[in-house]
Design a protein around this ligand. Structure first.
Ligand code: H79
Length: 419
């Protein structure tokens, strides 16, 4: 877990045949997330698998992708080796329905990208849809071709495709930092023996590979829901997978991009609550990561170049009131009271240091209550000289005098050294 706790920020990549229709089937826009198009449009296997013959992303440049992750300040990368559509993005001997055997591209994406990541010092992990496989008669999820899941020989699918493909991924691509399982249908609770088989395979082949929280039984860390950032500190290892727009797999009409400022806030917000941020891109059928995704991620990377000390390996806030408050006048979908998130500042920590990330410039001074110990020095990370700011402390209350203008463009980080 050591590297995971240090890393904090990773790149998720959803790439598969769904990037070709890109959200449109037979001239009709299909609502929802792009990689679900086969399910949402109830496309028969015999039609969907024809997409493989068109898959030829000649602009795919694995080193450029790894370089972009590095520019963004990301420390690990997780790519879909097989999503729910069942199509493997690597040269599998278990099923010919894969990018090497079934496409004119005839290249092993997982092999090339894992090698590029190794060259760039980025840890490499794979997403693998262990339960849903819409291509297989006995896989979960495809009811439009194969009928209800309850009538399937699910273990036949697990034993003949899912488990052996996970074995391939763990033996042919060097160190796999983690496996990102998803949607554990029919493999949790009383059926968790099935999930346990994947644990056994992983521990046998690569005992250092982390397992996410969506296998069906407890993994090595907790996975939050898609785009679901918790409201408060969560005192265990956790990660939130998230999108830059709305879809995961490329969709041509989804251009509703989160801004660099919002992404930076979310990263800091997550770290201040103890988690990791796994942020997704959906490359096109040419093999290009959309320019807006690249631009916005690189902007976060520029902020991290200055302020990364307050993110990598940093722990959660010792305060909590800055995160917001329960709001009984609103309710969520489940009827629970809402939460009004506050966004003025966040705090991350390292031994002897409090990092105060100022998203709203507080004016002439910043006041902090409930500080443990004595603050001995205050300065901004954006100030290369680390010039001391004027500082007063009365009991647990600290007041720092601030310059008229923030030293950074987004979220200036103030360090409070404490004893
Ligand atoms: O890989 C990404 C998603 O495809 C996957 N998890 C992230 C990381 C995921 N699998 N299932 N879900 C997310 C939940 C799916 C919900 C929905 Fe739908 C899919 C809502 C709209 C499309 C299924 C089909 C439920 C309603 C219609």
């Amino acid at each position: 877990m050591k590297w995971f706790r240090e890393a904090k920020f990773g790149l998720f990549i959803h790439w598969g045949l769904y990037c070709i229709p890109a959200g449109e089937w037979k001239g009709q826009p299909i609502a929802g997330i792009g990689e679900w198009i086969m399910n949402r449009a109830k496309i028969p296997v015999t039609e969907y698998e024809q997409l493989a013959k068109q898959f030829n992303p000649v602009k795919f440049d694995p080193d450029a992708w790894a370089q972009m992750a590095q520019d963004a300040g990301m420390k690990y990368l997780v790519i879909t080796s097989k999503h729910h559509d069942g199509f493997a993005m690597y040269h599998s001997t278990v099923s010919k329905y894969n990018v090497f055997d079934a496409t004119p591209f005839h290249r092993d994406v997982i092999k090339e990208l894992s090698a590029a990541c190794a060259r760039h010092g980025i840890r490499f992990g794979v997403y693998y849809s262990q339960a849903q496989d819409w291509h297989e008669p006995n896989g979960a999820g495809n009811t439009w071709d194969f009928g209800p899941d309850e009538k399937k020989d699910y273990d036949q699918y697990l034993r003949s495709k899912s488990e052996p493909q996970v074995r391939e991924l763990l033996t042919q691509y060097g160190p796999i930092c983690l496996i990102w399982f998803d949607t554990p249908r029919m493999m949790s609770g009383e059926q968790s023996g099935r999930a346990q088989r994947f644990v056994d395979i992983a521990r046998e082949l690569q005992p250092n590979t982390l397992l996410d929280g969506r296998l069906g039984i407890k993994g090595d860390y907790r996975s939050m829901g898609d785009n679901a950032i918790p409201n408060t500190v969560v005192n265990e290892d956790w990660e939130v997978p998230a999108t830059l727009n709305h879809t995961w797999g490329f969709k041509k009409d989804d251009t509703d991009w989160k801004t660099p400022e919002d992404l930076t806030f979310k990263l800091v917000d997550i770290v201040s609550k103890g988690g990791n941020y796994l942020l997704n891109v959906g490359p096109t059928s040419e093999g290009i990561i959309p320019q807006a995704s690249q631009d916005n991620l690189r902007a976060v990377g520029r902020w991290l170049k200055v302020n990364g000390e307050a993110v990598y390996g940093a722990g959660p806030t010792p305060f909590g009131e800055e995160l917001g408050a329960v709001d009984n006048s609103t309710h969520d979908k489940k009827g629970n009271p809402g939460f009004k998130i506050a966004k003025d500042w966040r705090c991350t920590t390292k031994p002897g240091k409090l990092y105060i990330h100022l998203f709203t410039w507080p004016g002439a001074s910043f006041e902090l209550a409930k500080v443990k110990g004595k603050v001995t020095k205050a300065y901004f990370l954006a100030d290369a000289h680390h010039s001391s700011l004027k500082l007063r402390q009365k009991d647990d209350k600290v007041t720092v005098s601030l310059p008229a203008k923030a030293p950074g463009e987004t979220a200036s980080v103030m360090v409070l050294e404490t004893k």
